[in-house]
Ligand binder design. Structure first.
Ligand SMILES: NC(=O)c1ccc[n+]([C@@H]2O[C@H](COP(=O)([O-])OP(=O)(O)OC[C@H]3O[C@@H](n4cnc5c(N)ncnc54)[C@H](O)[C@@H]3O)[C@@H](O)[C@H]2O)c1
Length: 445
């Protein structure tokens, strides 16, 4: 089935709706990426429906209740109250939307291969309801080629023609959770369209809420840009982690070295070592690229090597704890270890893929008795499906611990009191850097 309407009429009609903020936007997958996007669009006047297969999230949105830290509670509640934002588990109304943005997860399989089943599933649902004049934009991070080789064939089952009847683009999300300076609005957005018309419509859609839109020549370039950005971080974090391993052997403080190196006014960019990498991006996305590269007879060695080093870090933290306890005549087995922070980075509540989980698992297997405190993570479930609950941070808990292990440097923690109250502190994040005196009991990564 093809329509008899001239393609330019679809473009003009959609652009006009976008510019007048009359378009209805569907956001599929309202998590860390989708919910901020949905609220941002509703705030400027678009009607927005958030689609999710998780009925709890949908109910929360319907009640105006926020569950993502980077979203402002009041802005979400207001958007729902004034009828601009709604949510649904039922995909049958997708046909009403003028623009559909896909923000579903892209995890790895157990064998560390891309799992794009979520994208495929959503694409199938959209194809059932696709109508002329719609824009579909993929934001989930994925390997180069997904939009054109996976998404497009599924959407084309509708009989509609891309660039003429409907428009398709890829625009990677660059959100940095917890970053107050760079938000969805002032972080520039790369956009690639399958055709020139797709790019024109997608750029118009994004420029309604984002200050700077960066058009590129194809979805492939946009997909590659996103995975390169995350690979860049993964590789640089691995480099500095390897330096931490070397500095440990040399008896040099990696933190002091980094402070000194960072004084160079050009040619250096600071990355800090730590207990490993976490979150939904850095540990996963580079492997999407490595997997794709193998199809082209290439092993992207930097990625494999960076993964190898970053995965080593929880084991190195275990070794550090073991040596620190050994220094006071104790072993991991039977020791009480109090973990400070399980989120994968400072001041956020996300513990997905957090290296803290691996460290806790390793220490538990060695017989440690572990409690944790995280002001942002009241509870989490480990890989054995055991639920953990945060223990209050008090002078008692510090005193009782044989070692306090800092795995996340949340800014609300009073590290001077931690150093003062604990008999031994192992600091993997340089969280205690401002504690100048009485730090003989502190062991740094
Ligand atoms: N979190 C980040 O900081 C970040 C940053 C940039 C890019 N990304 C990428 O964005 C994508 C989404 O990540 P996220 O962190 O928002 O994930 P998330 O898990 O927070 O949210 C995804 C949502 O999609 C829903 N979902 C899953 N399958 C669905 C389906 N078939 N239909 C409808 N809804 C479905 C889930 O229930 C969930 O609410 C991923 O590709 C990720 O790599 C994430």
């Amino acid at each position: 089935m093809t329509t008899l309407v001239a393609p330019s009429l679809h473009i003009d009609a959609l652009k006009d709706k976008l510019e007048r903020r009359h378009a209805l936007v569907g956001v599929v997958g309202v998590g860390y990426v989708g919910l901020p996007l949905a609220v941002e669009k509703a705030k400027v006047g678009f009607g927005v429906i958030g689609y999710d297969r998780n009925p709890i999230r949908v109910d929360q949105i319907k009640q105006g209740l926020n569950y993502i830290r980077d979203v402002d509670d009041r802005e979400l509640a207001e958007a729902v109250e004034c009828g601009k934002l709604n949510a649904s588990t039922d995909f049958s109304s997708l046909g009403k939307c003028d623009c559909i943005v896909i923000c579903v997860p892209t995890p790895l399989t157990a064998n560390k291969e891309p799992d794009i089943s979520y994208i495929r599933h959503v694409a199938g649902e959209i194809a059932k309801h696709l109508r002329p004049g719609q824009l579909v934009s993929l934001e989930s991070t994925t390997y180069p080629g997904t939009t054109e080789d996976v998404l497009l064939p599924i959407l084309s089952r509708s009989g509609l023609k891309v660039g003429e009847d409907f428009f398709l683009s890829f625009s990677p999300e660059r959100v940095d959770p917890g970053n107050a300076r760079y938000t969805t609005k002032n972080t520039s957005k790369v956009v690639g369209g399958v055709t020139a018309a797709c790019l024109e419509v997608a750029a118009c859609f994004y420029s309604q809420t984002i200050e700077t839109v960066i058009p590129v020549s194809s979805p492939r370039v946009a997909e590659m840009t996103k995975v390169f950005e995350n690979t860049f971080r993964a590789v640089n974090i691995a480099l500095v982690n390897e330096m931490a391993l070397l500095c440990d052997r040399l008896g040099v403080s990696v933190w002091e070295m980094l402070d000194a190196a960072s004084t160079k006014p050009f040619g250096i960019m600071r990355f800090d070592p730590g207990p490993g990498v976490g979150g939904h991006c850095i540990p996963l996305d580079p492997f999407y690229l490595a997997w794709k590269a193998r199809e082209y007879d290439m092993n992207v060695r930097f990625i494999e090597l960076a993964g190898e080093i970053n995965w080593t870090m929880p084991y190195f933290v275990r070794e550090k704890i073991m040596r620190a306890l050994n220094g006071i005549g104790k072993s991991i087995n039977g020791s009480r270890i109090f973990v400070l922070g399980v989120a994968y980075k400072r001041d956020i509540e996300d513990w997905r893929e957090s290296p803290a989980l691996k460290v806790i698992d390793l220490l538990g297997k060695d017989g440690a008795r572990i409690d944790y405190y995280d002001p942002h993570v009241p509870s989490f479930t480990d890989e054995h499906d055991v639920m953990w609950h945060s223990t209050p941070l008090s002078s008692d808990t510090l005193e009782r611990a044989d070692a306090v292990l800092i795995l996340t440097d949340h800014s609300s923690v009073d590290y001077a009191s931690v150093v003062e109250g604990a008999s031994l502190v192992v600091d993997t994040r340089n969280a205690t850097k401002l504690v100048r005196d009485g730090r003989d009991n502190v062991v740094m990564l």
